[in-house]
Design a binder for this molecule. Structure first.
Ligand SMILES: Cc1cc2nc3c(=O)[nH]c(=O)nc-3n(C[C@H](O)[C@H](O)[C@H](O)COP(=O)(O)OP(=O)(O)OC[C@H]3O[C@@H](n4cnc5c(N)ncnc54)[C@H](O)[C@@H]3O)c2cc1C
Length: 491
């Protein structure tokens, strides 16, 4: 058991915690920082794994997947770290499967194949959501003129009240499941508007067109972002397999205790872990009630990823882009009500090794995770075969990851706020409590839930810490940069 003293203890070595450390040290390399990480690796919700290919192996992402040019904070970091992007393949036929009959429709533009009324309905609701999202104040979403009312209405009720066509409503349902891993009944429209506002618009969240969230993958995968930052910081600053269990603080000093019995004393703590994990810590004196209430109402969503590698990009040969938006279609397993998938994309690597990536989310994942491994794989293949034929079965390698199994993450891609709790949102997530500062993508005000948000929130927490410990190092420009507006020339 050790007892060590530091200026700053950062809890969590995901992109956010590492960004905080990097920023603080860029301003004052003499500050003494340690990063405590519960698992045996950096990267948190990013994970790149090798899969078999025709001629060897290549790397694919089982965690965070895409970035886009409107995500300025992560784009800048990638440039600094020398990580290159790879354009998401979107050329050709896309498939849409919604409706009671689960029929599969194809389309080639950015506009899905719905009836004319369905398209009008979809266009209307998207415009309505965007216009309301523009009115959201990230620093206090319930300040909206209809704030409390919108926080008491679930997305489900809101869409029922504001959409006429079941097919377009189902498409919205699938899109929200695919983007944040929740069912419409689990979040309020106010939370969703705040999420949309942080992304600069609904299209930025759901499309794979230029500047949107699904624009590029990273050559070599997303995990290297953290691996490179850790190397730059010096591996000796990171303590692995060191889960924090409690924090106590008095006016000027915090004491951080780990499961190992090790104790770290410091002037400042940055909590760069998701709210569902903060809720597990024993913090003395107790955090303000606003924060406690919020974390109790911020469960992690349900999100899993499946990767399949192939010998040939055979779907492209028949004019398919590889992109599918689906309600899952009919279930092929009697234990499940639904087919497993919601989104599929071509995930051929920058080295040209063919692959598909598929997402299982929300209620479908709750069912799917109860199946045996062979049943899970079989149901994925069956679902994919509806769009890409029996050749899907000729895969070279298969990998899946259900993020609920990660003990210090507990789900993915983001902790969402349950209806009624948005009144605690910004102060609960971003305001420090004494020595304790909050980072993590959930606390971002720009691109919340994304890697870019993790960088923005990590930098914001670092600036807060520096303003107390080294105020002379922080300029007005630093604060401005942290709140940079969106760059999206297509708008
Ligand atoms: C399947 C999937 C797909 C995604 N797709 C995308 C995408 O396409 N684009 C995108 O931008 N984002 C995507 N995301 C989200 C993205 O991964 C996250 O926004 C981002 O990685 C969060 O970083 P973070 O540092 O805030 O938190 P995390 O990555 O969760 O890091 C927190 C760290 O804290 C550690 N920790 C937790 N509790 C403790 C404790 N008590 N003591 C010590 N350490 C602790 C954890 O082990 C973890 O390493 C996806 C995520 C998943 C899982």
């Amino acid at each position: 058991m050790s007892n060590e003293e530091y200026d700053v203890v950062i809890i969590g070595a995901g992109i956010s915690g590492l960004s905080s450390a990097r920023y603080i040290l860029s301003k004052d390399p003499h500050l003494n920082i340690v990063i405590l990480e519960a698992s045996d690796r950096v990267g948190g919700r990013t994970l790149t794994v090798p899969l078999k290919t025709e001629n060897g192996t290549d790397d694919w992402d089982l965690g965070a997947h895409w970035i886009g040019r409107s995500q300025t904070h992560i784009m800048e970091l990638l440039e600094e770290l020398g990580i290159e992007t790879h354009q998401q393949y979107v050329t050709g036929k896309k498939y849409l499967q919604v409706g009671k009959d689960n029929s599969v429709r194809s389309y080639t533009s950015d506009i899905p194949t719905l009836s004319l009324l369905g398209l009008l309905d979809l266009d209307r609701i998207m415009k309505k959501i965007d216009s309301l999202a523009k009115e959201i104040d990230q620093q206090n979403p319930t300040n909206h003129r209809r704030g409390h009312e919108l926080d008491s209405i679930t997305m489900e009720t809101y869409l029922n009240q504001n959409m006429w066509m079941s097919e377009s409503k189902e498409l919205m349902e699938v899109a929200i499941r695919g983007v944040i891993g929740v069912e419409l009944s689990q979040v309020s429209i106010l939370y969703f508007l705040t999420y949309v506002s942080a992304a600069g618009g609904l299209k930025n969240l759901v499309e794979s067109t230029p500047y949107t969230a699904q624009e590029y993958t990273l050559k070599g995968g997303c995990h290297q972002i953290s691996i490179k930052m850790a190397k730059e910081l010096g591996e000796s600053r990171i303590k692995y397999n060191e889960p924090v269990v409690s924090i106590s603080q008095n006016k000027n000093i915090a004491t951080v205790k780990c499961e190992s019995g090790n104790i770290y004393q410091c002037k400042k703590v940055i909590l760069a872990i998701p709210p569902n994990q903060i809720a597990k810590l024993k913090i003395e004196p107790r955090l303000p009630v606003v924060k406690r209430e919020l974390y109790k109402h911020m469960p992690m969503a349900n999100y899993a990823k499946v990767l399949l590698t192939y010998k040939k990009v055979y779907w492209r040969e028949s004019g398919c882009s590889g992109e599918v938006v689906t309600n899952g279609g009919p279930s092929s397993n009697t234990k499940c009500k639904y087919g497993p998938l919601c989104l599929v994309f071509d995930d051929t690597s920058a080295n040209g090794n063919p692959a598909l990536v598929a997402f299982v989310a929300g209620q479908q994942l709750v069912e799917w995770r109860q199946l045996e491994a062979n049943e899970r794989k079989e149901s994925v293949l069956k679902c994919l075969s509806q769009f890409f034929g029996d050749d899907v079965y000729k895969y070279i390698d298969y990998a899946e990851k259900d993020w609920e199994e990660e003990p210090y993450v507990g789900g993915a891609p983001v902790c969402c706020v349950a209806p009624g709790a948005m009144k605690y949102y910004a102060s609960g997530l971003r305001e420090p409590d004494g020595c304790i500062h909050l980072a993590g993508t959930e606390s971002a005000s720009i691109w919340t839930g994304y890697m870019s948000g993790a960088v923005q929130a990590g930098t914001r927490a670092a600036i807060q810490v520096l303003l107390d410990l080294r105020p002379q190092t922080v300029s007005a420009q630093d604060l401005k940069n942290n709140n940079k507006p969106f760059i999206n020339p297509s708008k």
